[in-house]
Design a protein around this ligand. Sequence first.
Ligand code: URP
Ligand code: ZN
Length: 484
Amino acid sequence: MSTVIKNGTVVTADLTYKADVLIEDGKIVEVGDNLSGDETLDATGCYVMPGGIDPHTHLEMPFMGTYSSDDFESGTRAALAGGTTMVVDFAIPSPGQGLLDALQMWDNKSTRAHCDYSFHMAITWWSEQVFNEMETVVREKGINTFKHFMAYKGAMMVNDDELFASFQRCAELGALPLVHAENGDVVADLQQKFLAEGNDGPEAHAYSRPPAVEGEATNRAIMIADMAGVPLYVVHTSCEESHEAIRRARQQGKRVYGEPLIQHLTLDESEYAHPDWDHAARRVMSPPFRNKQHQDSLWAGLASGSLSVVATDHCAFTTDQKRYGVGDFTKIPNGTGGLEDRMPMLWTYGVETGRITPNEFVAVTSTNIAKILNIYPKKGAIMKGADADLVVWDPAKEKTISASSQQSAIDYNVFEGKHVKGLPRYTLTRGRVAVHDGDFKGQEGHGEFVSREPFQAVNKALSTWKELTAPRKVERTGIPASGV
Ligand SMILES: NC(=O)NCCC(=O)O
Ligand SMILES: [Zn+2]
């Protein structure tokens, strides 16, 4: 079967032009005018763009004594409904568990996916086994990214020596380290301080994670990555302190990428002051939402290019799960949803307001991350040979976000009541129409694992430079006898 997208405007990261798209066997085979095929999508007035890629989701993730409630079935259904055609989830070994063992667990969970997916591997402890298995993960399992939690002390947090060891291993293997950058020691102390003062509500979650803990950890991770000679990707950059570290590093020529979330761009710290405990607890995530100045900084970073990707860190817990933390905010499962709303919210609050252009929208939702993850142009591009993961985006289509009509399995939506303008008219996953005007037509199990090759260029450049500038013993002509 062939599919043609006609009369639409194709947007890539680099230019906007009129084009038709011919698709066969899930791949784009022609991009040009006057094509014909079995099925025609009338895209007049719409943008045709590469499907969104969300590089940060946690589907059915074991965390804080429970599991996040969206699994690969409901999570990828939500993704497609919002124009996202690929997700990257995290295989997270419990401390002491092998990487390959954890990966097997995530492979088993992902069989019901409606759209393509890939995995990052988390480094939650350090040993010779972890060191050895990292090579298998990269060379045989198609995973070229490793996430490190600098927070969650006593659970998934790794210390600086472990970070340095793992970053050096990433450099050797051609892999990219990711960091959740918050100073976990300081957070743990502040949590106890606020609890001891009787400050046990969800607002204390935000008080215990001020921007400084994020800025400090981001700076530290950048310096450790530089010493290891490896690029770095900072997940959920939420504040100016962290953005400033990333911006400065990039100006210095370091390969550092920053990823704000749609939640941090559009929701602020006042959510935690809400009189309703449930309302505030549903928005507990790490890092927490910040004030308007931090939001302005993140938007500026997207426009100027110092921040590269907008993600969600989709990690959705029900209201009942959030209530585990009544009387002790440290027990509220951390995480919020966002997969279904990332693209419409970013279009509405970004493109409609003039903060970013349509091309920048495509860059930060798809093209940039495809390049960073080393899957471009299979993903993130409209060109011959690319996967036909496409969105026909209608900038005039509107809706009010409501949990009552969402695909996600949880009972609320952190964007409840927000009016969005700009929605997918069609979402195609490898040529298959999965969403048409809000009707879901996807197929469970259609999603395939996307294997990612190790990095050549960036890691090679860094290791060459590292070798050229390495400290060397000075060869001297005359060495005096040692003094007494
Ligand atoms: N971000 C968050 O609060 N939950 C998900 C786990 C993580 O990435 O930290
Ligand atoms: Zn995180």
